[in-house]
Structure formats: structure tokens, C-alpha cells
Ligand binder design. Structure first.
Ligand SMILES: C[S@@+](CC[C@H](N)C(=O)[O-])C[C@H]1O[C@@H](n2cnc3c(N)ncnc32)[C@H](O)[C@@H]1O
Length: 277
């Protein structure tokens, strides 16, 4: 592993928008990503997951223009958190948008009260693309998870070194969020995880969550120090540190959700979700 010191970066949203940096490079990156992870993209995969789980509630951190938010089923209550939301056509009746950062949201809202349920159904982390913020988002979400909740983490299969740097310099950008998948796999073996090989940069699914677990919060600083040091070379050369992957094929995702609970967590197997849709 690289022993480069963890850099300190501002935690403000990065510049974004197609063509903000270099439009030709964006086209190249999109072509490369399509070649690397062909087939159904993460919007399609998100829709499948909504159809499989049929969650009553869906939380999205990082909604931008609402394309991913609107992969949720019409009956699902959608809650979006984003300091700069730009939803196409504005918020719909089943959408509640909080124009603030995820940290601000969790500081002043009890999500269970906001949603009116004891635990959320499905959540998607796609906000600030620095892994330690994604870790913080995961910690906040897991505290209000139930046995049937699942968390999706975007961008766990980065395209290359340039687009997975911590400092954004390209339109196509995943940041270093993939390090969260490594951290969770190593530090939380009680979680069940898999990454779907879907374009442009992969989608990690985590379930078997445990709202009573405190290890991520209590050792957060140590983990930030340790995992921020990883770089893209580690991603390429140490695949065994990452969760296993499955194809962007609906049946494979259905099978994964229907698979057995893994040991060490203590959930009753009869609480498995239905996988019919
Ligand atoms: C990649 S975009 C989200 C794209 C959207 N999920 C989709 O797939 O269509 C990232 C979004 O995260 C938002 N964001 C940045 N920092 C954030 C933070 N700290 N908390 C929540 N959202 C944040 C940005 O404003 C931006 O709209």
C-alpha cells in the first residue's frame, strides 16, 4: 500500500456540470467507462433494486437533477438531501428535498420522524465524493437501519487514477469513494456486501446492517488516516480487498438479495425480504 500521507481537502461540493473542465476528455472517459463496464448502467440497476426490494422509503444523499431519485417506484416516499438540488420539474408530491449537506441534515433532523417509520427501506450514497464523507453518510444511515434496510454506494469501481483523485480535475469523476468499500469489507465483516459491475463506475450494495454497531464511529479517525492513504494502484493490484462483484444482470441481483444471511450478525433468516417483483 502507498504510504502517501492523507491530504486535507476542503469538504465543499466540487465543481460539476458537463464540460466544466474538458469536454473532449469527458467524451473519452465516457467511452472508456462504457468499454470497461458495458451493459445496463446504474440507473437501470437502481430501478431493478427498487423493483426487487419495493421499499416504502428511499433516502438519497446527492440528488442533483433527480434522475437517480426518480428510479424509485411511484409508491415509495423519496427523501433527497443535496446542498444544490436542481430537480427537473421541481419536487413531486412523493418527494421531500432538503437543500443542505448530509452532515447538516443529520445534525438537525431525526430521519425516523421525518419519514414516519422506524427504519428506512433503501438508501443511496452519492453526495460529496470523498470517501470519509461517504463513511460519515454510511454511519448516519446505519443508525436508522432495520433488518430489511439496504444501503447503495455509488462509484466503487473507479475508471482510472485521474478520475478517482481526491481533488477533482475532470467532469467524469468518482473521487475516492471506493475506499469505503475496502474499509467496510475489512472492518465490518458482519455486513453483507457486493458490487454490481454497472457503468459508469459500479454500485456497491450493503445489507445485514446493524444499527447497534459503534465501531465505525468510534474508530473513524483511525480509519480515515489508514484508508485515505490508499490510491488507485491499490485498487488495481489488490482486488481481494474489495467486495466480490456480480454482473449488471437483474437475475444476478435478485439471487444476491435472496442469498443466505451471513454468519456473525444474528438476524433471523425468516426476516429475509421478498425477491419477487
Ligand atoms: C454525482 S451528483 C448526484 C447524481 C445523482 N445521484 C444521479 O445519479 O443522478 C452529486 C451531488 O451531490 C451533491 N453534494 C455534494 N456535497 C454534498 C453533501 N455534503 N451532502 C449531500 N449532497 C452533496 C452535489 O450538489 C451533487 O448534486
Amino acid at each position: 500500500m502507498s504510504d502517501r500521507n492523507a491530504e486535507q481537502l476542503p469538504t465543499t461540493p466540487p465543481m460539476s456540470g458537463p464540460g466544466f473542465y474538458d469536454e473532449r476528455l469527458l467524451r473519452t472517459h465516457l467511452e472508456q467507462a462504457a468499454a470497461k463496464l458495458p451493459g445496463s448502467d446504474y440507473y437501470v440497476v437502481l430501478r431493478w433494486i427498487h423493483e426487487i426490494l419495493q421499499p416504502k422509503t428511499y433516502i438519497e444523499i446527492g440528488v442533483r437533477n433527480g434522475v437517480s431519485l426518480r428510479q424509485a417506484l411511484p409508491v415509495t416516499l423519496r427523501l433527497g438531501i443535496d446542498p444544490a438540488p436542481a430537480l427537473i420539474g421541481g419536487a413531486r408530491s412523493n418527494e421531500r428535498i432538503f437543500p443542505m449537506t448530509s452532515d447538516e441534515f443529520f445534525e438537525c433532523h431525526d430521519l425516523r420522524q421525518t419519514l414516519g417509520v422506524p427504519a428506512f427501506g433503501l438508501a443511496f450514497i452519492d453526495g460529496l465524493h470523498l470517501w470519509e464523507q461517504a463513511l460519515q453518510d454510511f454511519i448516519h444511515l446505519e443508525r436508522i437501519a432495520g433488518p430489511e434496510s439496504a444501503i447503495l454506494i455509488h462509484d466503487c469501481l473507479p475508471l482510472d487514477a485521474l478520475t478517482s483523485q481526491r481533488q477533482r480535475t475532470t467532469d467524469f469523476y468518482s473521487g475516492d469513494v471506493w475506499k469505503l468499500a475496502v474499509c467496510l469489507k475489512e472492518q465490518r465483516p458482519d455486513l453483507r456486501m457486493v458490487t454490481v459491475r454497472t457503468g459508469p463506475t459500479g454500485l456497491c450494495i450493503v445489507n445485514q446492517l446493524d444499527r447497534t454497531s459503534t465501531i465505525l464511529a468510534s474508530r473513524r479517525n483511525e480509519y480515515v488516516e489508514r484508508y485515505t492513504r490508499l490510491d488507485y494502484t491499490d485498487f488495481v493490484t489488490r482486488p481481494e480487498r474489495l467486495p466480490k462483484t456480480i454482473g449488471n444482470v437483474r437475475d444476478e441481483i435478485v439471487s444476491w438479495f435472496a442469498g443466505p444471511l451471513e454468519t456473525g450478525h444474528g438476524h433471523d433468516p425468516t426476516t429475509r425480504i421478498s425477491t419477487t417483483s
